[in-house]
Design a binder for this molecule. Structure first.
Ligand code: NAP
Ligand code: SF4
Length: 667
């Protein structure tokens, strides 16, 4: 496929972009302190080298009170602006263009000095904001404009004013959070005055042709969100004030509708962007849950947008655009929308990286240096850890042989892609398979490596993975009992009533698999989450349509804590909601007695229960498989042990891929 629309240049004010790919704004944690500036510059430079059209930085606050957390990124002084010159120069040296995003957190700020349109606290932050005074609003609008002017001094090619995702500007726009009675609230027109003033004052400072991007919230997806008429009216007002491009945002952070995680169908929000595009004359940029050049091209070719913003996909693969242009799209390391190393880290106050690309945001510290001596490396096991080690070692120029006992690549990851909403995980295996081929790795499937097979290699990396744990339970051999691996691989087809033992990530996934209707369409998905036509429902939110679970599932654990509490910070709530919507009965604090023809016997609070089920699915964690490693060590051979074979507890693809990459970098 050629990407004629995606790769065609576009002019925004005085700026001409080489293509229509925007790397959307994402907070990485490298924005906040001066000592991280070289890392930030390297991170962006690698993406510019990879030919992205326009990079947008993480959000920089226009003043102290708008900081996302104490001492977080801010653009309010000349000194701060000068620090950015290293970043902008690094991007320009690679032929790229970069925009500064100006973001005031409003009531999403994680500090006690937060301000908002009103004093209404957000449900996702512990701090109650102060309502800005009338003069305070006016000053804040001017602070935005000052940041925009400073961006010009810092060498930025454009700015983006963050008006979506529920941050301060969005808080002014929605009746949900703006109950003011002064000139900045009351009617819809007065609620819109704040962003309009920001753009007007910014435009006055930077002249007619400096590109000002405004990120507009298309669907707030919260009660009391903007109506579609208000969104379009705002877009027209912003156009009149000289906005160059309207980027689009979907959903406030406090919305209880997932907008970007894996279970959200790809391109789910494109129709909302198309609707805006039809109503305005400035260019419009689509965003959210677009992760392949094919989909981006389709959206542009259909005339639904003029540019496409992808944030996480560019973190996952800095060469996304260059590979698409060179006819190597099948080598793109696709973002799987897991949020595990990017947004989850950002919300845990940790530096972001990427599950499928652990070099993301570590460009200066995790380097795959080309080797001078072509040593031979055997990697045993082709799960995520082994795949990452094999590909990374081969990228360095080492001669790699990859042994895999089964007939296919992927290990436990292959099971994950069977889970509804995790289909994108297949992209990671496609990426690895293709890279192994391109790099000429000697892949030996259906080959269980022995100590003798490994004797001739300079280095041996053992990634033999895990095996599902079989609990010590009376009746565990009963025909009703199956492991999660049997179920997800299709070797056992469970009946209508199922008990799931173990409520970790896999127990939750399996419960979703058991109840999910495989014929669910994107429209069904929208209906289940209560997303409606925005012209009929304010904020795009309506009544949720009930799910019709395929099976009756009871999910049990021995712990007394809430089920699913340890799932990802930014995705766990959605998985827990699906369990609830699917009628999965959740039992904490159970002790298992036995399985027999009557079903699963367990005790809860001293009372014996029998669950009359057709199947009992074991999701009781894993145990490391390390016989080969032990044999090698016994013979005095040195070998590196990685992935689940190294640590089965909290088995985790993020850790496995990072460990595999680090081991290969150090060979
Ligand atoms: P896990 O998170 O370790 O959970 C297994 C559960 O089985 C434990 O919580 C434990 O709960 C129970 N268990 C352990 N030993 C048992 C025994 N002898 N008898 C009965 N129950 C026992 O493992 P997992 O669910 O297999 O997931 C593995 C890893 O995959 C996770 O750590 C996670 O990182 C990752 N993952 C994440 C997601 C996600 O975030 N959505 C999805 C899939 C996988 P009790 O002791 O309370 O019974
Ligand atoms: Fe995408 Fe997951 Fe990487 Fe984030 S961590 S960029 S969601 S693959």
């Amino acid at each position: 496929m050629t990407y004629d629309h995606l790769l065609s240049p576009v002019t925004l004010g005085k700026l001409t972009l080489r293509n229509r790919v925007v790397m959307g704004s994402m907070h990485t944690g490298l924005e906040d302190f001066a000592w991280d500036v070289p890392k930030l510059a390297a991170y962006f430079a690698e993406r510019a080298r990879g030919e992205v059209g326009l990079i947008v930085t993480g959000g920089y606050s226009p003043n102290h009170r708008g900081q996302l957390k104490p001492f977080a990124s801010e653009m309010s002084s000349r000194l701060q602006a000068m620090r950015h010159r290293q970043v902008t120069a690094a991007v320009h040296d690679e032929g790229g263009a970069i925009a500064l995003q100006v973001l005031h957190a409003g009531r999403y700020a994680y500090h006690p000095f937060s301000v908002s349109a009103s004093s209404r606290k957000s449900p996702i932050t512990p701090f109650k904001p102060s309502a800005l005074s009338t003069r305070g609003v006016d000053r804040t609008a001017s602070d935005f404009a000052r940041s925009v002017a400073l961006a010009v001094k810092a060498g930025y090619d454009a700015v983006e004013i963050m008006g979506s995702e529920g941050y301060l500007i969005n808080q002014f726009l929605a009746a949900r959070t703006n109950d003011r009675t002064d000139a900045w609230g009351g009617s819809a027109a007065k609620r819109m005055r704040f962003p309009v003033e920001i753009v007007r004052r910014s435009r006055e400072l930077v002249g007619a042709d400096f590109p000002i991007v405004y990120r507009i919230s298309l669907l707030d997806l919260v009660e009391g969100g903007q109506t579609w008429e208000e969104v379009v009216e705002l877009a027209h007002l912003l156009e009149a004030e000289g906005v160059t491009l309207l980027n689009t945002g979907i959903g406030w952070h406090e919305a209880r509708v997932p907008t970007i995680i894996t279970q959200v169908p790809r391109g789910a929000w494109r129709s909302a962007t198309a609707r805006l595009k039809a109503a305005v004359s400035v260019p419009v940029c689509a965003s959210n849950r677009i992760n392949t050049p094919e989909l981006a091209e389709q959206i542009l070719a259909a005339g639904e947008a003029d540019l496409v913003s992808m944030a996480r996909p560019l973190l996952a693969d800095p060469e996304f655009v260059a590979k698409a242009r060179a006819g190597r799209a099948d080598e793109i390391n696709t973002c799987i929308a897991c949020n595990q190393a990017c947004l989850d880290h950002a919300f845990q106050n940790r530096k972001a990286s990427c599950l499928v690309n652990p070099r993301g945001c570590r460009e200066t510290t995790l380097v795959l240096t080309p080797t001078r001596v072509r040593r031979t490396v055997a990697v045993v096991g082709a799960g995520p850890a082994g795949l990452a080690a094999a590909v990374s070692a081969a990228e360095r120029g080492l001669a790699v042989t990859l042994f895999e006992a089964s007939a296919s690549l992927g290990g436990q990851f292959r099971l994950a892609m069977a889970v509804p909403g995790k289909e994108d995980f297949a992209e990671t295996l496609r990426y690895y398979a293709r890279r192994l081929e391109v790099l000429g790795v000697d892949v030996r499937l259906s080959t269980r490596a022995t100590v003798a097979d490994l004797a001739s290699y300079d280095d041996v990396v053992v990634a033999t993975g895990v095996t599902p744990r079989i609990p010590d339970l009376d009746g565990v051999d009963h025909p009703k009992v199956a492991s999660y691996a049997d179920v997800l691989a299709g070797r056992v087809v469970p009946g209508r009533r199922v008990a799931v033992i173990g409520a970790g990530g896999i127990g939750v996934d399996v419960s979703v698999w058991l109840t999910h209707d495989p014929s669910e369409t994107t429209d069904d998905w929208m209906a289940h989450w209560g997303v409606g036509d925005p012209t009929l429902h304010a904020g795009g939110l309506t009544e949720r349509k009930a799910r019709e679970p395929r099976r009756e599932v009871t999910l049990l654990q021995r712990k007394t804590s809430m089920i699913g509490k340890d799932l990802g910070k930014t995705s766990g709530w959605a998985h827990r909601a699906v369990l609830k919507q699917s009628g999965v009965v959740q039992v904490s604090g159970a002790s298992y007695d036995k399985v027999d023809d009557a079903g699963l016997h367990y005790t809860l609070d001293g009372v014996a229960h029998v669950l009359d089920v057709d199947h009992v699915v074991l999701c009781a964690g894993q145990e490391s498989v390390r016989d080969l490693y032990d044999d090698l060590v016994a013979l005095g051979r040195s070998a590196q042990l990685i992935g689940g074979a190294d640590l089965a507890a909290e088995l985790d693809a993020k850790r496995a891929i990072e460990q595999g990459t680090r081991v290969a970098a150090a060979l």
